[in-house]
Design a protein around this ligand. Sequence first.
Ligand code: MN
Ligand code: MN
Length: 318
Amino acid sequence: MTDPFFQPTSGMDLPRFAGIATFMRLPYVPFDHPRIGDVQIGLFGLPFDGGTSNRPGPRHGPRQMRDLSTMIRAEHPVTRLRPFEAARCADLGDAAPNPVEVNDTLDRFTAFARRLKSQGIRPLAAGGDHLCTLPMLRGIAAEAPLGLVHFDSHTDLFPAYFGGKTLTHGNPFRAAVDEGLLDPKRMIQIGIRGTQYDSADRDFAKAHGIRIVTIEEMFARGIPDVMAEARDIVGTRPTYMSYDIDFVDPSVAPGTGTPEWGGPNAFQAMQVVRECAGMNIAGGDLVEVSPPVDPTGGTAWLAVSLMFEMLCVMVTAL
Ligand code: MN
Ligand code: MN
């Protein structure tokens, strides 16, 4: 039964360039809103880039992504799925970061994710840099480790940078495995490429049984074949989907801090998510969109289009 409150504002009623921008023109439902208990999938921002090791900027991602997301319409072009009728979705606002304290921000984001979990809301977050994924997993995977389908040009499995235990956007998944938040046997990382400092990430993956699919393998085998393997690896149990926009070739998605050449085009970028249909997606995020590097908004427009694809997969798992 479609709930009229949770329907996005249609461009037929108010032009899509008008009004206050929320994710996909959904109602804004913060935690103190009377309808918060009815939300099934919550879209929200994680405006933090304190884990960025090179060019910063993703702290500005959620605002630009909200703006561009007003271009999204209600019906999927291929499946004809109408996700906002199939599930009650809302914009929950942003989790509040502390822009000068990494660990404090991680604790705040973890508390936000825990609150979602206790309300039965599945998260679909807009980053922020990739370190923002770690507190999401700390919040929703505390009781049982999740599977992971991860699109990225980097594994983000590197040891601590700068000595010590420093967390960055280069190691959230290593930390998540070490903390027991992800089941390494149910992890697949797709699109990996680019120069590296060393092979410490590959060694970690090998030691734990994490499946890495390089971009060379993806193009050689084809996306449907690789994604069939991904569905086998994650199985039917709850799985997190994490999408780093630098998975996409920088010719189409230049607005990111650590671009790597030789990636998928925009159609292929959407296709990999469509091929996740049937996975039990407990939560997801789209990270590393950096508006200062692409003020045109083209990268953000692709990113929110990918979030719509992710949402359509999440809805079918409810
Ligand atoms: Mn990443
Ligand atoms: Mn990356």
